[in-house]
Each structure stands twice: as C-alpha cells, then as structure tokens.
Design a protein around this ligand. Sequence first.
Ligand SMILES: Nc1nc2c(ncn2[C@@H]2O[C@H](COP(=O)(O)OP(=O)(O)OP(=O)(O)O)[C@@H](O)[C@H]2O)c(=O)[nH]1
Length: 682
Amino acid sequence: MAHIDAGKTTTTERILFYTGINYKIGETHEGAATMDWMEQEQERGITITSAATTCSWLDHTINIIDTPGHVDFTVEVERSLRVLDGAVAVFDAVAGVEPQSETVWRQADRYDVPRICFVNKMDRVGAEFHRCLDMIVSRLGATPLAIQLPWGVEADFKGVIDLVKMKGLLWSAETAKGEMYDVVDIPADHADAAREWRDKLVETVAENDDELMELFLEGVEPTEEQLVAAIRRATLSSALHPVLCGTAFKNKGVQPLLDAIVAYLPAPTDIPAFQGHAVGNEDQAVERHADVNEPFAALAFKIMSDQHLGKLTYIRIYSGTLETGTGVINSTKGKKERIGKIYQMHANKREERSSAAAGQIVAVMGLKDTTTGDTLSDAANPVVLESMNFPAPVINVAIEPKTKGDQEKLGTAIQRLAEEDPSFQVRRDEETGQTVIWGMGELHLEILVDRMRREFKVEANVGRPQVAYRETIRRKVQKVEYTHKKQTGGSGQFARVIIDLEPLGDGNDGYEFQNKVTGGRIPREYIPSVDAGAQEAAEFGVLAGYPMVGVKVTLQDGAYHEVDSSEMAFKIAGSMAFKEAARKADAVILEPMMAVEVTTPEDYMGDVIGDLNGRRGQIQAMEDRTGAKVIQALVPLSEMFGYVGDLRSKTQGRAVYSMQFDSYAEVPPGIAKEIVAKVRGE
Ligand SMILES: Nc1nc2c(ncn2[C@@H]2O[C@H](COP(=O)(O)OP(=O)(O)OP(=O)(O)O)[C@@H](O)[C@H]2O)c(=O)[nH]1
C-alpha cells in the first residue's frame, strides 16, 4: 500500500521474479507489469484494480495484493486491507510520507493490520532515509524501527546495512537482475552509524517488549533469534513498524524485504481470532480461527467478470476447508451457493484447485448472489464476518447510449461493472430519462466509461463530470399531514399519513424510519409502504434532485379506508408527505470538500494560495519540505475541475498536488441558488 507511484507494482514484480513466479521482470513504465494486466493499467502505468497473487519464500506461502495508489481507487485498498493480515507500506525516499500514504495508513489502523515499511527509490537524487523515518513519526504518529540503514545513497546506493545481523548486504553487479547479493562485514565508514542505530534498535524494541527489556536491563546483548522474536512480537501488536530500504527498480533490497515479511508479519495462525456475529443477531459474537478443522467461513472481497469464464469471486478463507462442487451458504444474504471451480490466482492467470483451506486467498466460480463484503459459510454453522466500509461517490456524469443496441449493452455493462466495484453507482433520472453514473473521481469515471467501450462495446455520449451534491435538512418539523385520495372509475385510492421529519445530526448521513402508529389506525401491512415511499422521495431530494441524507422519518398517525386503501396509496402518501415535510424543514445542499495538498517552490507560494482562496478554499496548514512549501487546504470539489492545468501554468509546471475526499459541507446560499436554478433549467 502507498501513495501513487511510490513503487508498489515495481516492488511486487521483483518479488514475483525472485520467488520464481515470473522469469522476466515486467516494468510498469514499459506497460509490461504482470500485476497491472488490464489494458488501461498498462497504458497509463498505474494500478487500477488490486490483483491478487501467491508466491512462496523460505517455505512460506505469501498472498500478495498490489493495491492502487490513486485516491479514486481507494475502495480497492479498503477491501485488500480487510482481508490481508499484514501490509508493506512503500514510500518514495524523496517524497517521504505523501498524503495518500497517510490515508492508507489510517485505513490499515482501522482494520488493525500490522505493517512494515519499505523506503523505496533510494537511488533517486534527493533520497533521504532518515527524513522518511521522521515523517513516519510526524505524519503518521507511528513508531518506525529502522532495521536497516542505506549503504550509500542516490547513484551511489550499493545495498543496505542489516542492523539485526550487523552485516552489510551488497549488490555489486548492476547488470544482473539483483538475484545475488553478498553478505559482508560492515564497511568502516558505516561502522559508527551502524553501532549507533543498532543500539537505538535494541532500546526501542526493549521499550516495547518485556522479554527484551529484561535482557536489556541486565546488560545482556540479545542473540539474533531473541531480537527477531521480540521485533516480531512488537510488530504484531502494531507497537512498532520495522523499516527497510532499497530500490526496487535497480533491483536492490527486495530479498531482505521478503525475509522481513516472513520474519515479522503475521501468519493467519498468529491472529488470535477473526471476529464475526451470528446470523440475524449482531450482538452475538462468533469467532473463527485459522484452523482447517473449524467450520468453513470466508469473506468475498472482490468480484471480477472474466470474458471467458464469467463471474469470478475472490474469497479469503478464514477457517475450515472448501471443495469444488460443494454447497455453502451466503450467510449475509441467506442464500445457498454452489462452488463451481476453485482457482489459485496469479494476477490474471490462474491454476485450478480441487480444494482450498483456511488462510488462503482464492477465486471461485459459480456463485450467483454473492457480492463484495458477503460472508460464505458452512451451511450448518453460519457466521457473518465483519464486512468493510465503502466511501460515498462524490462525482457523477450523465451517459447516453448512441443507439438502441447500445442501450441494451449499456445495461449489461453497468450491471457487471457495479458488481465488481462497490464505489460505482448508477441512478436513472426519472425526469430526464438520463442514466447517471456516480464514482470517486474524474479518473475513476473515465476508466469506467473506457471499460464500457472496450470490454462491452458500448458507444455512448458522456456528459461533463458533475459534483455529486447531496441534500439534508436543518430543523425538525412535526405532524406534516398528507392525504392521498383519488376516485378513478372502479375502486378509489385512499391513504392518510402524518409524519415528523428531523435531522439525524452528528454527521450521520443515513436514513431512519420509525413507526409510532398504534391501535390499527393504519393496518400493519401498509407501514412498510409508507417507509418505501419516503425513501424513494429521499433519493431525489426536494431542492435540486440530489439524494437527501441524514434524516429520520417518524410515522405518527394516519387513516385508511376499508375498500380503497392499498400499498400503492400508502407509498404515494409516504412519498408526498416526505417531500412536503422536507421543504418545510429548511432543506440545504451539501457539497463534497476535498483535502488538497500542494507542494510548490517558495516563489509561487503567494500565487498558489491566492488561487486556492479564489476557489473558496480554506488554508489549513503550511510547512517546509526540503526547498519547497507544502500547503494544505480544504476546497470544494466543484472548484477543483481543471486545477491540474491552472496549477501548471501558474507555477511553470513546478508544483504538484494531490487531493482526496474529506467531508460534505453546506453550500453557501448564493451558490445553492445557482445550483437549483441550473437544475431547473432557469
Ligand atoms: N528511480 C527509481 N524509480 C522507481 C523505483 N521503483 C519504481 N520506480 C519508478 O516509479 C514509477 C512508478 O512505479 P510503480 O511501481 O508503477 O508505482 P506504484 O506505486 O505501483 O504506482 P500506482 O500503482 O499507480 O499507485 C515507475 O516509473 C517506476 O519505474 C526505484 O526504486 N527507483
């Protein structure tokens, strides 16, 4: 996991090469990386989907998921962190801890994933290992544990000083692919630093591990075995994060990284328990362990449609075993599923297996109803494992098929892509008849549209990206009454409802419904219809057609008619009452705010800040970073379109920026008016 371009894919390619999976190293900038197998990934040199692969090192099986760094694909990181037991955070030795590395670090905190750090690109001009250590402290609030020091830097980077073994690891032959390195005595010019940092290492570990502390207090130098065991314990408890360095591109430092993965990151059996709950009862905890003798339980974390095979579901097996042709239950949805085939995946290649067991990550074919986040379990012993969080999409675009034929293909494409990607949503605007697709950012939507064209042969006109606004209310309104009454020919329609509508508050962006009608004033069977009607109305807001979030509907009272009432009548009444109440409750529009970070030479700082202010940005912080200024600001997404070009021309291409979603905030009244007027075509 890392910020974009830190070198995750390059490092993974080296790993596949050294572990014997690949015979050739695929370079990302040549479009040949195994892990970036999608056409779009190879063209753009970035990772979009997280490919899963399996390799073996020192008699251990390692499952790797190479995740994307671009913030638009954060959902991929989320699901990977949910199913992996450990992570390697890759940093660029020049840029250090960048904003997206901070985000993924926090995601890993949330899932309590132990991590080690790899400071990559030590060969680049400006590389600084120690600054990176400092930034791990200042930006991530974490405790780095340097278990290596760089041996040389930039063009002179030769290898690493191993502070655990107290040896030098030297890659001497630049032409070879770094398969061989020599273990030598620490060179004299690095001896003092090595001693100093070795002492620091032992001290830091001792502070976080009682066993080592005892030795330390007795003044006994720990053996290599004792030290490794103590580092492992401190890493598994996330107290410390071992830090290594190297240059994946120049083939130095990757094998010791693999050694460290085996030595310090957890095996499934190191995890005390995997948490879940009983079916239908979230309060009743159920635990699973990495044990083949326990009942089968697995989490589906990714769906991929393969043009030849159909739907592949990636699962992480937590307990028990799974065999082809057997039945399991999707305990999240309460549906039976049959396991067609089981594959061990190597990026987009696969090997068929007859069974798989606890600890493994495999793809299975034949599942019908399972979507990302669902638990599959033994039918006799169902459990629902903790699922994952998915962020809300912040941007949308209207898409219009060119011909009738394209219309059908578009439907299929959208359905398949939405199955794969939980951060991709679709809505049909009832009034305009337009299909609107929602995603995480411009790049995300661009890739989706591109995939529709290439993989599903859909020709379509695509509108300009729009900000995904939302609506909410500011105050509570009580006893809003609506009566739906219609007399057309035969039986009429009658339904009366009285509702309260209030903000949920506390940043809660959900929807809640409570029924307080008693004494049969509205028959039981009609209550869900009122709820459904209100939800349908909420989906299209009352100001500008955006989803209304953060509201609670309380059904207080109502009336029905023996003959003329129906579910439909109550649904309409629910919907109309909701709209009327929302209009009275001071509805407002919310807009996504982005956390923007700009790194610029000092000369342009004034221009950059002025420009951000002009975009309604609020400057949050400014700091120095080796010859440059870093500006952090909160800016509405609607003001950020085209920022790439503007920043480039204002700073002669010398500033860079990154941005990610931060929160939703109320749109100032003047701008809200403009948004409403635009939607209404005024
Ligand atoms: N100088 C130097 N360049 C490197 C090194 N490692 C990777 N690169 C280059 O940095 C660029 C980005 O590398 P990737 O491996 O694609 O980075 P990534 O983190 O996988 O990027 P995303 O998946 O798009 O987030 C490529 O041009 C690599 O060749 C390194 O150790 N030194």
